[in-house]
Design a protein around this ligand. Structure first.
Ligand SMILES: [Zn+2]
Length: 148
């Protein structure tokens, strides 16, 4: 099957076991900066997907919580299949370090009272949030990592 040069198209999604953290790519820019892309898989591909409202809330929360622990983040964004997130950062961190930060961040999700930037000015679809759903999926991932 053609992967069109896209790393995730060459991943056999029937062979992975969620949750997991995986390095999905390493890139070096013309100035020598290195960038690493991580696949943070929350739910089992083609068996369970996170509803958009919960996904959106997790996006807002993880954007804040990952930056509390790491200062080299470029972006953390949802996968269109809604089974996880991509993390991009300068340099390279071990997958176990990224998994530690993910676990710490998901524990903060469970304690969260308000969704940051969930308003018309700071968000493109501020009505589509579910803190309840975000917490439910955070717990599911933490259970999957055997840390809850
Ligand atoms: Zn938003």
């Amino acid at each position: 099957m053609d992967s069109y040069g896209v790393e995730s198209f060459s991943l056999d999604h029937t062979k992975v076991k969620a949750p997991y953290v995986r390095i999905a790519g390493k890139y070096t820019g013309v100035a020598g900066d290195t960038i690493t892309k991580y696949d943070l898989r929350f739910t089992q591909p083609n068996y369970n997907a996170i509803p958009t409202s919960a996904m959106h809330t997790l996006e807002h929360l993880l954007a804040v919580y990952f930056r509390e622990d790491l200062d080299n983040i470029i972006d953390i964004s949802p996968m269109g299949c809604r089974t996880g997130f991509y993390l991009l950062c300068f340099g390279e961190l071990s997958t176990s370090k990224v998994q530690d930060v993910l676990i710490r961040s998901l524990k903060k999700v469970i304690e969260t009272q308000d969704v940051p930037a969930a308003n018309e000015r700071q968000c493109g679809n501020y009505r589509d949030h579910s803190l309840f759903g975000a917490k439910a999926y955070a717990m599911l991932v933490l259970e999957g990592f055997n840390v809850l």
